[in-house]
Design a protein around this ligand. Structure first.
Ligand SMILES: Nc1ncnc2c1ncn2[C@@H]1O[C@H](COP(=O)(O)OP(=O)(O)OP(=O)(O)O)[C@@H](O)[C@H]1O
Ligand SMILES: [Mg+2]
Length: 297
């Protein structure tokens, strides 16, 4: 995995992470014509976990995702980047049907997970969400003990028959999330008393506890300081041995550090996707280049 990437200026990266007003670019991105359904780079994978074809998502009459086709490889870490409102979270939420709860949201196209249609009418959504876990921007532990946060999913899904089995799942999940040594002596303490970084790792442990195959992360580090962020990034690299990971990030440095491929979204289109290094050092599309060089955000 590459580390600091010369293609991204620290200034551009900082600008994308902050809410600062972005100076107007000399050439306006909206002047660039995007051919619908056309993505440059490498959108397909040899061993796909997800096969997503012609995915369209609308909220009422507004199209938020426009004819996107993409594979997500098994054990791949893929980053979704792009300006605010371009559809990253919307597309991510399609992957475990989190958009189902939004009344106005309509999804068409084909979304296959291990060749199974995740939008099939007979699909068990609870089982799908156990296979495809999610970690949100703001750590959201339950106001329960550290132990109970991690044990919650396995209990609901009947993954442990005895207390000793549940204890093992809790310990293993906390170990995988890099949190065990910090909390093993206070498993009964309320999770809300932990630091933000610890809470986010607890949320990762909670996701891992039900043995998912995929973990979706929507800006998982945006509420964390640089040290807590580094811990999560290390964890993502470690976890990619066992899981497929999709991460939305506003930090291009982070995308460069953690992901195998990076996908650049713009106004609901998937403009470019390629090996991360290629996206940041030799982007093929003008819009990608403008974004990574900080000409618009
Ligand atoms: N629940 C919703 N109801 C209606 N429109 C929505 C809803 N969620 C998102 N949208 C719209 O869909 C488009 C894509 O939004 P989305 O949140 O997916 O973008 P994003 O790339 O994740 O942005 P950000 O970087 O700010 O998180 C936007 O125009 C947004 O206003
Ligand atoms: Mg978002």
């Amino acid at each position: 995995m590459n580390t600091m990437n010369p293609g991204i200026s620290a200034e551009a990266d900082a600008r994308h992470k902050s809410d600062a007003v972005i100076p107007v670019a000399e050439e306006k991105p909206e002047d660039t014509v995007i051919e619908e359904g056309k993505t440059v780079g490498k959108a397909f994978a040899d061993n796909p976990k997800y096969k997503l074809r012609h995915v369209d998502v609308s909220y009422g009459d507004d199209r938020a995702i426009k004819n996107i086709s993409l594979d997500i490889g098994r054990n791949e870490v893929i980053s979704f980047i792009g300006p605010s409102g371009c559809g990253k979270s919307t597309f991510l939420r399609c992957l475990n049907r989190m958009n189902d709860s939004i009344e106005s949201c309509r999804i068409t196209g084909q979304l296959l997970l291990d060749d199974e249609d995740i939008y099939a009418s007979k699909k068990d959504v609870v089982e799908l969400r156990a296979r495809v876990g999610m970690v949100f921007q703001k750590p959201n532990p339950f106001p329960k003990s550290i132990y109970d946060n991690v044990a919650y999913g396995p209990k609901i899904h009947g993954l442990a028959n005895r207390k000793a089995e549940l204890d093992d799942i809790v310990e293993n999940s906390l170990r995988k999330a890099g949190l065990w040594n910090e909390v093993k002596d206070r498993l009964d303490a309320n999770a809300t008393g932990m630091s933000g970084g610890q809470q986010q790792r607890l949320c990762i442990a909670r996701a891992i506890a039900v043995s998912p195959e995929v973990i979706l992360m929507d800006e998982p580090c945006s509420a964390l300081d640089p040290i807590a962020t580094a811990r999560i990034e290390e964890l993502i690299s470690e976890m990619s041995k066992s899981y497929t990971i999709v991460i939305v990030t506003h930090s291009m440095q982070q995308a460069a550090r953690v992901s195998h491929r990076t996908a650049y979204f713009h106004l609901g289109h998937l403009v470019e996707v390629n090996e991360t290094n290629k996206v940041f050092t030799s982007p093929q599309h003008d819009l990608t280049e403008s974004y990574i060089t900080g000409r618009f955000g």
